[in-house]
Ligand binder design. Structure first.
Ligand code: NAD
Length: 360
């Protein structure tokens, strides 16, 4: 099969880790006789330096026209001026909006050989395998009105938390779809005891639950969910929630794994016709930032980006076995002692990838 992939390496360690994911994809394409056509574009600080904009209209159009986008990270001290006309992160928000990716997926697994890297007690970490789905394009971050004003002699700020039923339906349906390939448990997180938008969320989630009697549905309040994530993380399978709750819970969940450098993410849009078949547009990226403190030293952990490439094969290209081959190679490499410095080892970015490639 043939797929067109836009690479957005970005800033800092972004280009270093995307480069390694491409090496892995090249091996997979050779082994399984696929063609991955890569085109590289600028986004973030490097794009501001070249064109004055964090993302240009042409880059956005190229991303939309491709089958999937693999992104590294953006940002760094050079572009931190709060009064600057454009900032690297703005390009990422424009990209997510432009691609219509409404569901952010963060799988969190704890590798048995790395339990000592996690701040949690080892007995809490056995069997942790969570998939968090965060709604990405609605809720408090986008609702209108959003304003500041002076009213009755006081400064006042307003954000609006708004959800339509269709926005809830599409992400909760995706959660159920994904749960079927896992342990068949969906935890829907809301604050239905206080928020009207959460009551609508729970109502829609309950309806969808009835359409999927083979999947167990639990409703959990966000405050309880945040405790459960650290007290009994192994009891959770698929977790689905709105934008702001998801923003906080995904970061909390990522701590379980022990290093930022290990975790991938996928942001998915609606299914559509791409490359001649039905597929989902997706933006794939590691969860970490541009790590300016280690950029250029060749020691960044490439695993988060390599696993993001595996998610791309799974969700956008429906190449499940190829995705599993990459994930198994990563697991084996770690089990057999391959470690970058963030994991307490000595391997460089390139050597860590070599260890993974040897096991593909
Ligand atoms: P960061 O994730 O870049 O780094 C946090 C710490 O984790 C650093 O000590 C870094 O060295 C380490 N780290 C991160 N990724 C690693 C990897 N792959 N291997 C080894 N160590 C790794 O977060 P930060 O320092 O808060 O932010 C740095 C810049 O990145 C800022 O400009 C921020 O705005 C930007 N940022 C971008 C994104 C993104 O592009 N999606 C996300 C978060 C932060």
């Amino acid at each position: 099969m043939e797929f067109n992939i836009t690479l957005l390496p970005g800033d800092g360690i972004g280009p270093e880790v995307v480069n390694e994911a491409v090496r892995v994809l090249d091996v997979i394409s050779g082994k399984y006789k696929h063609s991955f056509n890569f085109q590289e574009r600028l986004m973030g600080g490097c794009s501001i330096d070249k064109s004055g904009k964090s993302i240009t209209d042409e880059t956005l159009a190229d991303c939309k026209a491709s089958d999937a986008v693999l992104f590294g990270a953006v940002g760094g001290p050079k572009w931190d001026d709060p009064n600057a006309k454009d900032r690297p992160e703005r390009g990422l928000l424009a990209l997510r909006k432009g691609l219509g990716v409404f569901a952010n997926l963060r799988p969190v697994k704890v590798h048995p050989a790395l339990v000592d890297r996690s701040p949690l007690k080892p007995d809490r970490l056995t069997g942790v395998d969570i998939l968090v789905l965060r709604e990405l394009t609605g809720g408090l971050y986008f609702g209108q009105p959003k304003l500041r004003e002076v009213k009755d002699g006081h400064e006042r700020a307003v954000d609006t938390l708004e959800y339509y039923d269709y926005e809830i339906r599409r992400i909760v349906s995706l959660a159920f779809e994904l749960a079927k390939g896992r342990r068949k448990k969906v935890t829907s997180v809301d604050k239905a005891n206080v928020l009207e938008s959460s009551r609508l969320w729970r109502q829609v989630a309950t309806q969808i639950g009835k359409e999927h009697p083979d999947v167990e549905l639990n409703h959990v309040l966000v405050d309880t969910a945040s405790m459960k994530l650290v007290a009994a993380p192994a009891s959770m399978d698929v977790v689905v929630t709105e934008n702001m709750f998801g923003d906080i819970l995904t970061d909390e969940a990522s701590v379980l794994a022990g290093s930022m450098g290990l975790l991938p993410s996928a942001s998915l849009g609606e299914s559509g016709l791409r490359s001649g078949g039905e597929a989902r547009m997706g933006l794939y990226e590691p969860i970490h930032g541009s790590a300016p403190d280690i950029a250029g030293s060749g020691i960044a952990n490439p695993v988060g980006t390599i696993l993001s490439a595996a998610l791309m094969l799974r969700y956008s290209f429906e190449l499940e076995s190829e995705a599993c081959v990459i994930e198994t190679a990563v697991e084996q490499a770690i089990a057999e002692g391959a470690r970058t410095t963030d994991l307490g080892g000595k391997l460089t970015t390139r050597q860590m990838t070599d260890e993974i490639i040897q096991r593909l």
